[in-house]
Design a protein around this ligand. Structure first.
Ligand SMILES: Cc1cc2nc3c(=O)[nH]c(=O)nc-3n(C[C@H](O)[C@H](O)[C@H](O)COP(=O)(O)OP(=O)(O)OC[C@H]3O[C@@H](n4cnc5c(N)ncnc54)[C@H](O)[C@@H]3O)c2cc1C
Ligand code: SF4
Length: 314
């Protein structure tokens, strides 16, 4: 579990970060962004898709602010959960991520851009070499996916971040920046259904901040999570619900940890005419988790009905 060598870059400003990224891209050098490092560093120690360069966002001033309508990418989850400035739904999800120690370092940007997970992939190099690798980290062997083989190029590793579904139901916008300038996209449209591509970030781009609509204080909701150990485990399934105070017809529901992306279920809510039981059944019908996390897919799928019901009843 020795850390592989890489060159660490420490930009002091957003502009610096874009210049460094542009330079590395031009030189044909691969790199990763790192924020709190609570996911990237363990993956590097296991030699999972490491890069020769890593650009840290940690020394850029002013990108860790937290308010009701704006959260910087370097905002620590501990501050989101306990600082009293974030929307209560976002604070609730942040408080359920990992352990209190990890939340001191973990950031919002890292959580939203979290790598997808799979028990054939999140293993040591020796373990993976003993089963001859898999498609997401094939070490040049052209190995197939071990969960669903013979399915062309797709990886079905699971996105197991807790905060994305809460931002989806609050209609938040992700602000991205890179060598080609800034652009904005709804968090709802940020993710891409492939465990390797993961999201729409272009080479050299990173997530700068997330903004929430001006009327977000009028919205309430809840986040419910299934995990093996309450003390620190990733979600095996998660459901967020939000609605405008006093108007249940505005209900929005999103789920996480059931596929390669978190997903908002507008269609399932719309066809159910506000009936919570019907919404639970429609979401159950539309989700098909695969066998690559700690708990069996059938159990996770059954549990999503319970989690959605509890989140809506809150
Ligand atoms: C034991 C353990 C338990 C955990 N439990 C949970 C859990 O219950 N729920 C959960 O959601 N997570 C969990 N995690 C994962 C992780 O700790 C959190 O998701 C955390 O919020 C990641 O943030 P970070 O700043 O540490 O990310 P990093 O490790 O720094 O980065 C994570 C990924 O995001 C990319 N990245 C980081 N910042 C940006 C940015 N601004 N723009 C673009 N890309 C970026 C990195 O390149 C990397 O691919 C757990 C981790 C561990 C070790
Ligand atoms: S889903 Fe398949 S390709 Fe993706 S990490 Fe798992 S085994 Fe590898």
């Amino acid at each position: 579990m020795l850390m592989p060598p890489f060159e660490l870059h420490h930009p002091q400003s957003v502009e610096d970060a874009c210049v460094i990224a542009a330079g590395l891209l031009e030189a044909g050098e691969e790199f990763d962004w790192v924020a709190g490092g609570t996911d990237l560093i363990p993956n590097y120690k296991w030699h999972i898709n490491t890069k020769p360069h890593v650009i840290s966002l940690a020394k850029i001033a002013g990108i860790d602010s937290i308010s009701l309508t704006e959260i910087g990418c370097m905002a620590r989850l501990h501050d989101l959960a306990e600082g009293g400035n974030a929307h209560p739904l976002v604070a609730e999800a942040a408080s359920k991520v990992a352990s209190s120690l990890i939340r001191r370092n973990a950031t919002l940007g890292g959580n939203l851009c979290l790598d997808t997970r799979c028990f054939w992939y999140n293993q040591t190099e020796e373990w993976r070499s003993s089963i001859d690798w898999c498609h997401k980290c094939d070490c040049g062997t052209g190995s197939d996916c071990r969960v669903i083989p013979n399915q062309n190029e797709l990886c079905v590793a699971t996105y197991q971040g807790d905060i994305a579904p809460t931002l989806m139901v609050l209609n938040a916008t992700a602000h991205l920046i890179g060598p080609n300038g800034p652009r904005n996209v709804l968090v709802n449209e940020f993710y891409q259904l492939d465990g390797m591509t993961r999201n729409i970030l272009q080479p050299g781009e990173f997530m700068l901040k997330v903004t929430l609509p001006d009327d977000v204080e009028d919205w309430i909701g809840a986040y419910r999570k299934l995990r093996v150990r309450e003390s620190w485990d990733f979600p095996e399934a998660g459901a967020a619900a939000a609605w405008k105070k006093g108007d249940r017809s505005t209900l929005r529901v999103a789920t996480t940890a059931l596929e390669s992306i978190p997903r908002r279920h507008d269609e399932e809510v719309a066809i159910s005419n506000g009936d919570v039981k019907a919404i639970c059944n429609a979401i159950y019908d539309s989700t098909k988790p695969v066998n690559n996390t700690a708990l069996p897919p059938r159990y996770r799928r059954n549990m999503i009905k319970i989690l959605v019901k509890r989140a809506c009843e809150e």
